[in-house]
Design a protein around this ligand. Sequence first.
Ligand SMILES: C[S@@+](CC[C@H](N)C(=O)[O-])C[C@H]1O[C@@H](n2cnc3c(N)ncnc32)[C@H](O)[C@@H]1O
Length: 225
Amino acid sequence: MAGRKLIQTKDGSSSVYDAYWNASFHSIHGAITESNQVYIISGLQQLQFNGPSLQIFEFGFGTGLNAFLSLAYSQELSIPIEYTVIDSCILEMDLVYQLDYPKQSNLRKYADSFYRMHQVSWGKPSQIDTNFTLHKIQLDWNLFEPEFEQHFDLIYFDAFGPEVQPELWNYDSLLKTHKILKLGGLLCTYCAKGSVKRLLKQIGFKVESLNGPPGKREITRAVKL
Ligand SMILES: C[S@@+](CC[C@H](N)C(=O)[O-])C[C@H]1O[C@@H](n2cnc3c(N)ncnc32)[C@H](O)[C@@H]1O
């Protein structure tokens, strides 16, 4: 998509700015720091693994950073992850090659997997690494009809903010996330807006406000009751 360009964030890691939405893919205070805190520490690391695999769903593949950090976790702990992600607008490969995530000292050993995640076909599951399968769905979330009821242990809800795309944060949109989660499953998001938290409660989540990464006082974790 025209109008996307690489940016540097304050922890030294890169991200992408989208001129159409006038929004960046991650916090300008630190892309890797934010992804780690919101999705890996507050979500993935909280899951009990009872086998045979963890099922994760992400809204918004984007740079693949959340998927990449999850892949590193699956390799380091030998926990199989089946990762499903939806995105309507795929990032161009010339931008993918400019991202510095696979050059980070702790992630360098997974660099080939990072590029493989971006190169594999959309629309079918692909084995990326020993413990990591990726199924990329190219579709507008508004058209997504969940066929996976009660399927996922964890959702990373990483849409652009409610001010930018309010239709992704309304009752019907959030209800879809509730449907595809297992009982006790978690939804994590950087968004801490009061109206979004109230909708999540109304839909049937228990909502927790957690400390946010730099530049963000709180983030949200919701548990499906
Ligand atoms: C905040 S970015 C996601 C960042 C990503 N998780 C990462 O780590 O780079 C939001 C993403 O949502 C996608 N998106 C926007 N509207 C969408 C829609 N209606 N359906 C599906 N994806 C959408 C954009 O293409 C973009 O990749």
